[in-house]
Design a protein around this ligand. Structure first.
Ligand code: CTP
Length: 401
């Protein structure tokens, strides 16, 4: 999923010959799944038409503070616009607009919205090379950067004046990449390598039968996808489930038994920063797997003896380094909090997510969940919600560790 999906973006366009390039930028933002509202200065209208932007953005275009709508004056609220948006991109940004941004001028809606906007602003200067090099423009750009704005430097090449040099507004594709990289770098799990286990394990009795459980894998997959959306590099080791992830960046390892799950986890473990062990691993496996289907003979089947599976999470926590984090899940039916705290201690975990089967809306095949996130120091309830929202909240707690 694009990091820009569902983000609200303000695109400010000022009066430069490069204004046409912001049409392409708008198209790229829309393709990424953004909601975009465009603000034009009056001088931008000399270069492009509002209709192009309103059609492509599917939103009205903002030019003036007040507009006439069928003889009725309507106020365009710059404060509401500023609150609505996650990011503000001013591209192209002329020297005149840059200077006004520095001085706190608010005589058009773009400038007033900038003053009301408290999140990150990107501005892409566009002007002739001498204007760009001038001490006043340089000082203004430096001031905006010092105040937290991100300058998307112009590139070098032929300029509208016929001269050659630095001043061409950056290409829309590069502006988009700069914005996406900025978002990625600020994601709470950026570049963390996360191992997630999910689903049940099947322990084979003979060639056609197994011991398993009803785990659907939904919570584990939700965690893997939420972690990936938060910037993590995700390795998903899953037992048999019907699920497929659409997130192609997640590396999926399909396993069947607890032994296979353990082997796969151990292979990956040395490169992992955070393990989130959501799989419902079978505690026992048949002592021996029969090659052929067992025939029904007597009332009591004595051939099948069960032996304990290795505890995967414990095997990992026994060899973990100080900077690796391991989080377990505990599915409990009675004395939930105490049992979960015991597992936290006995398995030497950094945190455990407690799931009570007594809570309505939680459990194996449910679309929702409610859990308690427990560490040595805190115990925090995460309320009933879709598994993906709960996954996001669990990951926020883990990031705080
Ligand atoms: N777990 C594991 N390997 C096992 C059993 C459990 O990695 N062989 C992990 C689970 O993925 C989970 C945590 O240990 O993160 C707790 O699992 P749970 O089934 O609740 O605990 P058990 O230790 O199996 O205890 P019990 O079934 O007796 O409650």
């Amino acid at each position: 999923m694009s990091v820009l999906k569902d983000k609200n973006i303000l695109l400010g366009v000022t009066g430069s010959i490069a204004a046409y390039k912001s049409v392409f930028l708008l198209r790229l933002l829309k393709k990424e799944g953004c909601n975009v509202k465009v603000l034009l200065t009056r001088s931008a209208l000399d270069f492009i038409t509002p209709l192009t932007f309103s059609t492509l953005s599917n939103n009205k275009v903002y030019i003036d503070f007040v507009e006439d709508e069928k003889f009725e004056k309507k106020w365009n609220n710059h404060v509401e616009l500023a609150e609505w948006a996650d990011y503000f991109i001013i591209s192209p940004a002329t020297s005149s607009t840059i200077s006004k941004l520095v001085n706190g001028n608010s005589d058009n809606i773009l400038l007033a919205t900038f003053l009301s906007f408290s999140k990150t602003v990107f501005f892409a200067p566009s002007m002739d090379l001498e204007m760009y090099k001038s001490p006043s423009t340089s000082a203004n750009i430096k001031t905006l950067i010092e105040r937290g704005c991100i300058c998307i430097e112009p590139s070098e090449g032929f300029l509208a004046s016929g001269m050659q040099g630095k001043g061409r507004v950056e290409e829309p594709e590069n502006i988009l990449e700069i914005l996406k990289n900025h978002i990625r770098e600020n994601l709470i799990l950026n570049k963390k390598k996360i191992l997630v286990t999910a689903g049940p394990t099947y322990e084979m009795i003979d060639s056609v039968r197994f011991i398993g459980n009803f785990s659907s894998g939904k919570m584990g997959f939700a965690i893997a996808e939420a972690a990936s959306n938060l910037g993590a590099d995700v390795f998903l080791v899953t037992g048999p489930t019907q699920l497929k992830t659409e997130d192609i960046s997640i590396k999926v390892f399909n396993v069947t038994s607890a032994d296979e799950m353990l082997d796969q986890c151990l292979k990956l473990f040395s490169q992992i920063d955070i393990c989130i062990m959501n799989a419902a691993v079978s505690d026992y496996k048949p002592a021996k797997k029969f090659d052929k289907k067992l025939k029904k003979k007597t009332d009591l089947l004595e051939e099948v003896k069960l032996v304990l599976n290795k505890d995967i999470i414990k095997e990992l926590s026994d060899v973990k380094s100080d900077n690796q984090i391991i989080v377990g899940f505990a599915l409990e039916t009675d004395d939930e909090l105490n049992n979960a705290k015991l597992k936290l201690k006995n398995k030497n975990l950094n945190a455990i997510v407690m799931n009570s089967l007594n809570d309505p809306g939680s459990g194996f095949d449910s679309e929702t969940n409610q859990v308690t996130f427990i560490t040595e120091l805190i115990s925090k309830k995460i309320n009933l919600n879709s598994k993906s929202v709960v996954a996001h909240e669990i990951l926020t707690e883990i990031a705080n560790l």
